[in-house]
Design a protein around this ligand. Structure first.
Ligand code: FAD
Length: 137
């Protein structure tokens, strides 16, 4: 169960940081930094404000369910989507694609985790894995 008194204490402490020019709140610093990027400022990151600012209300409670958005690690594969063992040797009959291969396709689509570059790599590596598996049988 949530403790309303403790929640209020945390929120008020955080709001005090909004007014503090020398504040070191990591989340507020991250918000300010994100808004330096035009794309985030326009559509994704709201300006820093006090949570208890009446203008920003009403407050709502949200139950969060944590999920993985991107994996930056996974099974090590080659460019035929074959899974490699610790020595770098393909494991017979084992293929991996998409997030399971890490970087949205084992890096076939590039090693940078740039926005929007995962889905294409997942689809592409899936096609590569399918073709390689079909060719092997
Ligand atoms: C919120 C969010 C936003 C995103 N935005 C973008 C974006 O803008 N651009 C972009 O390129 N990428 C984006 N991504 C990443 C992209 O969606 C994923 O990289 C991609 O969908 C992964 O595809 P996948 O087929 O590898 O894995 P998944 O889509 O996770 O598919 C794995 C499947 O395996 C199933 N499964 C799991 N375990 C088992 C089991 N034991 N037996 C049978 N089935 C099983 C699961 O149910 C699931 O259907 C985003 C991801 C999230 C979560």
């Amino acid at each position: 169960m949530l403790d309303p008194v403790e929640i209020r204490r945390i929120v008020e402490a955080r709001d005090a940081q909004v007014e503090n020019d020398f504040g070191k709140d990591a989340q507020l610093a991250a918000i300010r930094q994100a808004r330096g990027f035009l794309g985030d400022r326009l559509i994704r990151v709201a300006p820093v404000h006090r949570i208890l600012d009446p203008e920003a209300g009403p407050l709502i409670a949200v139950r969060l369910h944590i999920l993985t958005r991107k994996t930056l690690g996974g099974l090590h594969t080659d460019l035929q989507a074959r899974v490699l063992d610790a020595t770098g040797t393909p494991i017979d009959g084992l293929y991996a694609a998409g997030e399971a291969a890490g970087f949205g396709g084992g890096g076939m689509h590039g090693f940078n985790s740039l926005e929007g570059t995962f889905l294409g790599g997942c689809l592409f590596s899936g096609r590569v894995a399918g073709r390689a598996a079909a060719a092997a049988v």
